[in-house]
Design a protein around this ligand. Structure first.
Ligand SMILES: Nc1nc2c(ncn2[C@@H]2O[C@H](COP(=O)(O)OP(=O)(O)OP(=O)(O)O)[C@@H](O)[C@H]2O)c(=O)[nH]1
Length: 202
């Protein structure tokens, strides 16, 4: 086991009300609040995890999903190591907006659209009736966007919440050698621009 703890910045984004704060609170404090409230700007909490023998402190940034808070959340994307793109499985619009969220993140994090980056998709509220987004549809989007891992979660009953966060770290570890969003490598990224795939392939 490596004695050094690595700090990772994890950003949660997605439409207002899909459950970003609830997922963070479930993961960090094992709590769930049924009261609806909207995040204003950003909040963050830390949680320590060990993945494949490496210790990490996850600094989880929960951002405000409502459009009116856009200018408050976007400055916090820069320097992110992992991005959790979140929608609610009973809210079709929140799934349709995933591509816009991905674009917004890449733009404000200053990462080229064709760059390799550890995104993970969370389809939250699987405990609720009235599912509006089929799993196949999400998997197709994930395939088109660089085989992004997908987890169906419930912050309410804890389904897959810990698994999703830990797997996001595994995804980062898997991509570490390929990560090409660092400023020094912008030229390499540009050469690949014409063949790069983004959300438009879907
Ligand atoms: N049934 C159920 N309700 C959930 C779940 N996750 C969140 N909720 C509820 O959905 C509402 C919104 O949850 P939040 O966590 O505040 O959503 P958010 O994405 O952080 O919203 P913004 O701060 O506006 O971006 C709250 O009433 C939560 O209790 C879930 O997995 N299942």
């Amino acid at each position: 086991m490596s004695g050094q703890t690595k700090l990772l910045k994890v950003v949660l984004i997605g439409d207002g009300g899909v459950g970003k704060s609830s997922l963070m609170n479930r993961f960090v404090s094992n709590k769930f609040d049924t009261q609806p409230y909207h995040t204003i700007g950003v909040e963050f909490l830390n949680k320590d995890v060990t993945v494949d023998g490496q210790n990490y402190t996850l600094q989880i940034w929960d951002t405000a999903g409502q459009e009116r808070f856009r200018s408050l959340r976007t400055p916090f994307y820069r320097g992110a190591d992992i991005c959790l793109l979140t929608f609610a499985v009973n809210d079709r619009k929140s799934f349709d907006n995933l591509s816009s969220w991905k674009k917004e993140f890449l733009y404000y994090a200053d990462i080229h659209e064709g760059a390799v980056f550890p995104f993970v998709i969370l389809g939250n509220k699987v405990d609720m009736p009235g599912r509006a987004v089929e799993e196949d549809l999400v998997r197709a989007w994930c395939d088109c966007n660089g085989n992004v891992p997908y987890f169906e979660t419930s912050a309410k009953d804890s389904t897959n919440v810990e698994l999703a966060f830990v797997s996001a770290v595994s995804r980062l570890r898997e991509l570490e050698d390929q990560l090409d969003h660092r400023p020094l490598q912008v030229k390499t990224v540009k050469l690949n621009q014409s063949s790069s795939s983004d959300s438009s392939c879907c």
